[in-house]
Design a protein around this ligand. Structure first.
Ligand code: FES
Length: 487
């Protein structure tokens, strides 16, 4: 009987991003069946993987060892009811496999007896043939083929993954992610950059209602919002209160920029990070009960001690309660002046937003070029992190055209390039002749028609850049621009 594994589970098992596997499927080096990978095919396509490496077991042991603090252990391991339910399911699988094995054993005994019986009255030639078949069967049953040992190791790894995390598919968008530890469905979705509808995140508002299409979920947090009996009968749950027991399919709306309401939130300054005299970042911590819903690339209004300004968000929606805005030090900007001089940790910040529609086209499988002009790096950083969390693009190239503030997060960009096979970083030093720089960049892309381009900078820089890219073959509809001087 064949053992089929979903592509995303294979990605976890072999330690490769999903888009790498998709590329292998496209090039014919990995065969799939209805989006699933057969165990034999997995072993064939990844001969170099050490399936007997018990990294996942070690990870769990390490977590336990380090988890002298109960809170850490609670967060890293699934909720105990969920764990029991998953163990039950594994127990069921084990019992079914054992029953099947017993049945096959009985069939083999019957076959052996039957051959022996037939041998008694057979001609010499048939007797010899039956004897050979019987010897073949007995020999093969007695020894374990090397592939079976590998298959056993893969299945063992897969079982551990299934125990520690459940796979979630969102319909109709097709987003996929894993729920690790004791995360709820909502927490895991946000951590993976999937923008589902929600409000309070603690069971009061009902905004995170969704329907379970298949699979089993378990309530892990009590909630005050009351679901009607008809909703419960239809499989409706609150994503902020439930965790998956096994692999589930959930029907829920994934928000686009225009679906996300403008929110007002009172938060705290977590820290001020001054990169250099021209540029600083404000790190904000939203309250546990009121996180900010936004998409990568959007902007927010921030107000502290009577001064305010609207800036690009530089963090990822997957960053939990952390929000980062990057602010250039301009003499006419009172908020920037406060940031560089008086703002301090724990100051109260009023947030309003998000604004803007400079967001990822999540339906596009095309390779992406990111163009950041100076402080336009902030929304580009947010988009890049969001694209990484969604594992969206086949490849990402970042061109950062510096202004006087320089490449103030150069190390971060280099770290992305080191860590990801599909990420390239090209810093461009500050030059007055922008046209010359842009002309050089487009020359590197003779096939611009295949790409999406996301660019952020001043309206003038964007107009100039768009002209170069479109002239060299980029379809106009694949140009996405976020002007940083028109917030
Ligand atoms: S987000 Fe409010 S009930 Fe789930």
């Amino acid at each position: 009987m064949s053992h089929l594994l979903p592509l995303s589970r294979v990605a976890k098992l072999v330690g490769q991003p999903r888009h790498t596997l998709q590329e292998m499927i496209r090039s014919g080096t990995l065969a799939t069946f209805d989006g699933m990978v057969e165990l034999d095919e997995l072993l064939r396509a990844f001969p170099e993987v050490r399936w007997d490496d018990d990294a996942e077991f070690r990870r769990v042991t390490e977590i336990k060892d380090k988890a002298f603090a109960k809170r850490v252990r609670e967060r890293a391991l699934p909720d105990k009811d969920v764990l029991v339910a998953r163990l039950n399911e594994l127990g069921g699988d084990y019992a079914a496999a054992k029953a099947l094995l017993l049945h096959y054993g009985n069939v083999m005994i019957w076959l052996d007896e039957k051959i022996e019986e037939l041998e008694e009255n057979a001609s010499a030639e048939t007797h010899h043939a039956l004897h050979t078949v019987r010897a073949f069967l007995l020999r093969n049953l007695a020894e374990t083929p090397p592939d079976a040992v590998l298959a056993q190791a893969v299945i063992a790894q897969e079982r551990i993954l299934k125990l520690m995390s459940a796979h979630v598919t969102i319909q109709p968008s097709g987003h996929e992610f894993y729920v690790d530890g004791n995360d709820t469905l909502l927490e895991a979705a946000l951590r993976n950059g999937v923008s589902l509808s929600y409000g309070c995140s603690n069971g009061n508002c009902g905004d995170c209602k969704a329907r379970v299409v298949s699979g089993e979920v378990k309530k892990v947090h009590a909630h005050d919002y009351v679901l009607k009996q008809a909703e419960k009968d239809a499989g409706v749950i609150l994503l902020c209160a439930y965790a998956p027991v096994n692999d589930v399919v959930i029907e829920a709306n994934v928000a686009e920029a225009r679906d996300i309401p403008v929110q007002q939130i009172t938060a705290k300054v977590k820290s001020v990070e001054v990169f250099n005299p021209q540029m600083a970042a404000l790190h904000i911590l939203a309250p546990r009960s009121q996180r900010l819903r936004y998409l990568g690339g959007q902007s927010i209004q921030v107000r502290v001690n009577g001064v305010s300004g609207r800036y690009a968000i530089a963090s990822c929606p997957c960053d939990d309660r952390h929000i980062e805005v990057q602010i250039p030090h301009r003499p006419d900007d009172a908020f920037a002046e406060a940031l560089f001089t008086t703002l301090k940790t724990n100051d109260t910040v009023e947030l309003e937003g998000p604004f803007g529609e400079f967001v990822l086209d999540e339906d596009s499988p095309r390779p992406v070029i990111f163009l950041a002009f100076g402080a336009g790096f902030a929304p580009i950083k947010s988009l890049i992190q969001h694209a990484m969390s969604l594992e969206l693009a086949e490849s990402m190239d970042l061109h950062w055209l510096a202004d006087e503030a320089g490449h103030y997060q150069d190390n971060l960009c280099r770290a992305w390039a080191d860590a990801l096979d599909n990420f390239n970083y090209v810093p461009h030093a500050h030059r007055d002749d922008l046209d010359a720089v842009l002309a050089d960049i487009v020359l590197d892309y003779p096939d611009l028609h295949r790409f999406d381009v996301y660019a952020a900078g001043t309206a003038t820089q964007l107009d100039q850049a768009r002209a170069h890219f479109v002239r060299h073959g980029l379809p106009g509809a694949r140009w996405f621009a976020g002007a940083t001087d028109t917030y």
